[in-house]
Design a protein around this ligand. Structure first.
Ligand code: HEC
Ligand code: HEC
Ligand code: HEC
Length: 113
């Protein structure tokens, strides 16, 4: 039988875990992004968290919400291909130039039909 003290301890532990899970919503591991007529992009989100430790490198332009890119483009707060050119490709190209590990720089490297 658990005594009152143990129950209280468990409840505090549970509350703490839930609070941490809410505070650290890292989103999905992998996200399918809408790529228009070029075809969608399978984006390894969590792999980027290891490379880019500052979330705001990407999320400065759109919120941490599912479907944020499409919603922002529809609302006019983002231009089409803005994130692709100014965030994704900008980093991949700079890292390639610097001789570091880099992501795709050709259309078909990201867009898969
Ligand atoms: C390299 C760019 C990049 C970085 C860095 C990044 N994200 Fe994201 N994140 C995205 C993209 C792209 C989406 C998808 C938005 C959409 O669905 O239109 C996204 C979506 C999300 C979502 C929405 C839920 C989901 O998974 O669809 C959450 C939550 C999130 N990110 C949290 C984070 C956190 C926390 C960090 C930092 C630890 C982070 N992101 C760093 C690009 C990034
Ligand atoms: C590093 C990955 C990456 C590469 C390489 C890339 N794209 Fe994209 N592309 C994206 C992402 C992410 C989006 C959605 C966000 C945006 O519109 O900025 C996108 C969106 C698009 C769209 C749809 C825009 C819309 O809203 O209708 C087109 C068209 C497109 N890309 C064409 C291209 C072409 C052509 C090339 C090669 C010259 C290319 N892309 C290379 C990641 C990439
Ligand atoms: C600040 C740098 C940086 C930004 C911003 C960034 N990436 Fe990357 N990306 C990388 C690096 C570095 C790798 C290679 C990781 C590895 O080798 O494990 C990579 C890998 C990838 C891959 C994996 C290709 C494979 O081998 O499977 C894809 C797809 C990709 N990025 C798409 C994107 C898209 C789409 C965006 C924008 C929403 C983006 N990246 C933003 C640095 C970045």
């Amino acid at each position: 039988m658990m005594n009152k003290r143990m129950v209280l301890f468990c409840l505090i532990g549970l509350t703490f875990s839930v609070a941490v899970a809410v505070a650290h919503n890292n989103g999905k591991k992998e996200i399918i992004l809408h790529g228009g007529k070029k075809g969608n992009i399978t984006f390894p989100h969590h792999r980027h968290h290891d490379i880019v430790t500052d979330c705001m490198v990407c999320h400065k332009d759109f919120p941490k919400e599912p479907g944020a890119l499409q919603a922002s483009k529809k609302a006019g707060t983002l231009k089409k291909k803005q994130v692709m050119n100014k965030t994704c490709l900008k980093c991949h190209r700079a890292r390639k130039k610097a001789g570091e590990a880099y992501g795709p720089v050709s259309c078909s490297g990201c867009h898969v039909k």
